[in-house]
Design a protein around this ligand. Structure first.
Ligand SMILES: [Zn+2]
Length: 575
């Protein structure tokens, strides 16, 4: 591992030169020997003599040795407000094949740690538990008998309540399902404990508000710590894709008290349920520079229950393929995993539909028009092919009204696409906000039960080839925020269990890094200011222990972040 040699501690000066391997992400000049910074801005990039001439001989020079400097990383979709909130609530992320008893005893431990009020924990994954199911109501009641329990799955879209939790929500077996949500019941009509989508969001908001009231100061402290952790990973800016009004208030307080270590774009959602969009406040780009209003978020489909549609023959061929894999060695696990997928419904269009859609097309078209009139860039959460298609219809029907906004329309996740959908994303000029670390994190499930062809899982290669702009993101806390690990996943398509998920969809390390710099800057409407090392831009920079473009893709995640600069100021330095 090469470690940079820093000759002069020049960073405290208002102007200095970084000299070393400069990877600009600017296609006009991809590489350089030096970059000059003055009063927070990049004033020259190029060969050492020209950079020195531009800034003057008295500017101190910081020699990077074998290290390289890149534009600061930008995570376009990172649930920062919930990440800070969750630092005070236990995380139950677990390894594949964890037995149910292990999860339940963790819950018991957590529930015993306090005396009253809601118990909240998150991060478990029913698909990764050995039993391949969420815990049952009777199991949850035994682990947490007295206090209301809200147990949120890793995706954030589904959760479980215990009996005290249902009572706190005022829900019983007779309560009708909320719009766009399910309070799951068994065949005999009894509660199972599971709550899905809108039901999950309602319980999330209720338990959060109860806890947040007492912990506003704690949230501010955690938001500071979380920001410092991101800076240590070279992340200089994030988009928070789901900020309810109570967190807006806290962000504004953090901004006033100068307690946000990096810029967070607040992407508004409604208060009682995050599924409702919020266009009533100030538009995208307004607000304090450290916490501006981001694009408005609209949820089009579910998470685990994302909206997919297929022809009958596609489904029959996929089922036959699963059976072949089972016989060919994948065993019954593959069949069992396939049977856990949401059921199909035949629609009036003759196609088979799966998952939940939260909008009908006309209402969504109106919502996008309204967003455009009020000056909001839009970010549509669309995981499944049916949701992506609906989002694209709405963008097409807005007929250019969205073009005047600060950033292009965004599509979040776009996990399951066929080639015509990829083409359409390129044609409307939407930005695909993708999470390459999902390939590692949850790719094994997709490898075990692939979607019916010609649908592909996160087809990064096809999107780039079609001319789609990719923006990199983590969806943290859904999966980890380490950018270099995500870049490795995008370039190798390697999963947690060492499988390779659709290897022909791999992209280069350079293209993946472009997604986490220039692409994310475009997704947040700030590409004129950040995202490349170019003259005139803000000096948000990351110094890496070696040049990732000269490192094998398999080893990119071993590179260390040595320094992070925000507007020319040293914000992190590895000791
Ligand atoms: Zn998300």
């Amino acid at each position: 591992m090469v470690v940079g040699v820093f000759g002069v501690a020049g960073e405290e000066a208002c102007s200095f030169i970084l000299e070393g391997d400069v990877v600009t992400m600017d296609v006009a000049r991809p590489n350089a020997e030096a970059v000059a910074v003055r009063e927070g801005r990049i004033v020259a990039v190029g060969a050492t003599p020209e950079v020195r001439a531009a800034i003057g001989d008295d500017a101190p020079v910081v020699a990077l040795g074998g290290a390289s400097v890149l534009p600061g990383f930008i995570d376009a979709h990172h649930h920062y407000c919930f990440a800070a909130f969750n630092r005070r609530t236990p995380d139950l992320h677990h390894q594949p094949d964890t037995p149910m008893e292990a999860l339940l005893s963790r819950i018991e431990e957590v529930a015993g740690g306090g005396s009253q009020g809601w118990v909240r924990c998150q991060g478990y994954d029913p698909g990764k538990l050995r039993d391949r199911r969420p815990p049952r109501l009777d199991e949850l009641d035994e682990a947490c008998p007295d206090r209301p329990l809200f147990l949120r799955a890793y995706s954030g879209h589904e959760a479980c309540l215990n009996s005290a939790g249902f009572a706190a929500m005022g829900w019983s077996a007779d309560t009708p399902d909320p719009d766009h949500g399910v309070i799951v019941r068994d065949r005999r009509g009894r509660l199972t404990g599971e709550i899905v989508e809108a039901a999950c969001y309602l319980a999330e908001a209720r338990s959060r508000d109860a806890l947040l009231e007492a912990t506003e100061d704690a949230w501010l402290a955690e938001a500071e710590d979380h920001g410092r952790e991101l800076l240590a990973h070279g992340i200089t800016r994030v988009g928070d894709p789901g900020v309810p009004p109570s967190f807006d208030t806290l962000y504004l307080r953090a901004a006033r008290e100068a307690r946000l270590p990096l810029t967070v774009h607040r992407m508004p959602v409604g208060s009682a349920s995050m599924l409702a969009p919020r266009f009533d406040d100030a538009p995208t780009g307004s607000g304090p520079g450290i916490a501006p209003v981001g694009p408005a978020k609209l949820f089009l489909d579910g998470g685990e229950r994302c909206a997919m549609c297929f022809s009958t023959s596609q489904v029959v061929r996929a089922a036959a393929a699963t059976l072949r894999r089972a016989i060919g060695g994948a065993g019954l696990a593959a069949v069992r995993a396939a049977s856990q997928r949401p059921r199909f419904r035949r629609g009036p269009d003759g196609l088979l539909h799966q998952g939940v859609l939260f909008w009908d097309q006309d209402a969504l078209d109106c919502a996008l028009q309204r967003a455009a009139e009020r000056g909001f860039q839009v970010a549509q959460h669309a995981v499944g092919n049916e949701a992506v298609s609906m989002g694209l219809n709405a963008i097409e029907r807005a007929e250019g009204a969205l073009d005047r906004l600060p950033g292009r329309p965004r599509l979040e996740h776009v996990m399951f696409l066929d080639p015509p959908l990829v083409r359409r994303i390129a044609d409307v000029g939407a930005i695909a906000v993708v999470q390459p670390f999902f390939i590692y994190d949850i790719g094994d499930g997709e490898a075990e039960v692939p979607p019916p062809k010609p649908i592909e899982v996160m087809p990064l290669r096809h999107m780039l080839d079609a001319g789609v702009i990719l923006a990199g993101s983590s969806d943290y806390p859904v999966s980890h925020f380490d950018v270099l690990s995500a870049v490795k996943a995008a370039a190798t398509r390697r999963t947690r269990l060492e499988k390779t998920l659709e290897p022909d969809q791999a992209i280069s390390v350079e293209d993946a890094l472009r997604a986490y710099t220039q692409g994310s800057a475009l997704a947040l409407g700030v590409a004129n200011n950040v995202g490349t090392i170019s003259t005139g831009k803000r000096a948000d920079l990351v110094v890496l222990s070696q040049n990732p473009l000269k490192t094998a893709a398999e080893r990119v995640d071993e590179i260390k972040v040595l320094r992070t600069y925000l507007a020319g100021k040293l914000a992190f330095s590895r000791s």
